[in-house]
Design a protein around this ligand. Structure first.
Ligand code: ZN
Ligand code: ZN
Length: 377
């Protein structure tokens, strides 16, 4: 049986960003979670979704998968259960994220509408400068979220009063109605019209939150931009999402990083790429030049006889690794400049060069338009 493509499993395009992948994953994991979905085949789908996510949310594994397919993933010790792995414990791993979505085992038989439920997760896109992603920094982030009402502590009742179990649905939030249809008498479960599905009645609703138990507020937190973070990556800040219901914990906040491109440097994972222009004479005779790296100027020896498009590697001058010590490399591509205009001295020297090479050339005078273009360029 042919295995399904990981991108198809998550229903995302092959060029989907990390944020899109995480979003699709969260949606599907919730949909097929065995505690929430009892349809036949849901557990298999749930497994497939997790397998796809573990590969696609890890840039290294994803690159391998893109190149070699599933076969390329073997020999890596299987799909490791590694998340972002940070020393400060903020970068939770997969099971961690998972427990937060579903509130762990406590959520298991949670069909009781009055039982605690964790709040929704939020996503915040943080756009940062190219160099900040390499050096790392802290950033203040403000966003609005529902916070537990301080007046009632989240139960939606005036202080001193408590929610009462709805007497119509006995706290289930649902009621069974009997309907006469052309197929006969049918029974149907509907939301309780007395408590609107909450299972509880607030006789004296809290005046601050009007019985909702939460208030929308601006929340400001300090967010880490770790040195080496890449475009599309996410970090989770636990408890910074929406307030839970019925005393459940807060959801999490996902910071999705977007990185502005640089004019001087290109970046792929931890490797930096740049181009340096040298003269024909420097390429032919060799020279020592200064190359700008993300960590400052670096000297580079150009050997005699360097050809156009030659690439030089400046080891450890690239992007810091997010995990562990060390950095990637910086690859410099040499661009050899051919002078557009020559003065008399240069002309004579080149003529002598041609002679010494035993060649003969017929120099072409530039026409009016070519001279004009040179002037303007
Ligand atoms: Zn309140
Ligand atoms: Zn009710």
């Amino acid at each position: 049986m042919a295995e399904r493509d990981f991108y198809d499993v998550l229903g995302v395009a092959r060029d989907a960003s990390d944020a899109e992948i995480s979003k699709a994953y969260r949606k599907l994991a919730k949909k097929y979670h065995p505690d929430l979905n009892h349809e036949p085949g849901a557990d298999k789908k749930y497994k497939d979704v997790n397998e796809a996510y573990e590969v696609l949310h890890d840039s290294q594994k994803r690159a391998q998968y893109d190149q070699y397919g599933k076969a390329g993933m073997n020999g890596q010790g299987g799909f490791g259960n590694q998340g972002f792995g940070g020393a400060n414990g903020q970068y939770g791993d997969f099971s961690d994220i998972f427990n937060n979505f579903f509130g762990g085992a406590g959520q298991r038989q949670n069909i009781d509408p009055t039982a605690p439920r964790p709040g929704e997760d939020l996503e915040y896109t943080l756009t940062i400068d190219f160099m900040d992603a390499i050096k790392g920094k802290k950033e203040q982030v403000s966003y609005s979220r529902d916070e537990v009402c301080a007046t009632c502590g989240g139960n939606g009742c005036e202080p001193g009063t408590h929610p009462l179990t709805c007497d119509k649905c006995h706290g289930t939030g649902r009621m069974t109605v009997t309907r006469q249809s052309i197929l006969g008498v049918m029974q149907q479960q509907v939301v309780c019209d007395k408590c609107q599905g909450h299972g509880a009645i607030r006789v004296h609703p809290c005046q601050t939150c009007h019985g909702k138990g939460s208030i929308n507020r601006k929340n400001t937190i300090e967010v880490d931009v770790p040195a080496g973070i890449n475009d599309g990556q996410q970090l989770r800040y636990s408890g910074q999402g929406e307030a839970g219901e019925n005393g459940g914990p807060y959801g999490d906040l996902y910071i999705s990083y977007r990185i502005r491109p640089s004019k001087e440097f290109q970046r792929r994972n931890t490797t930096i790429y740049s181009t340096v222009k040298i003269s024909f004479a420097q390429a032919a005779l060799g020279d020592e030049i200064k190359v700008k790296t993300v960590h400052g100027d670096h000297s580079l020896k150009i050997p005699a006889g360097t050809q156009p498009e030659t690439k030089f590697t400046l080891s450890n001058e690239g992007v810091p690794y997010l995990r562990g010590n060390g950095r990637g490399d910086h690859l410099v591509t040499v661009d050899i400049l051919i002078p557009k205009k020559l003065n008399d001295g240069q002309k004579q020297a080149l003529t002598a060069y041609v002679k010494a090479s035993g060649d003969s050339v017929t120099p072409q005078e530039k026409n009016f338009f070519e001279r004009l273009r040179d002037k303007l360029s």
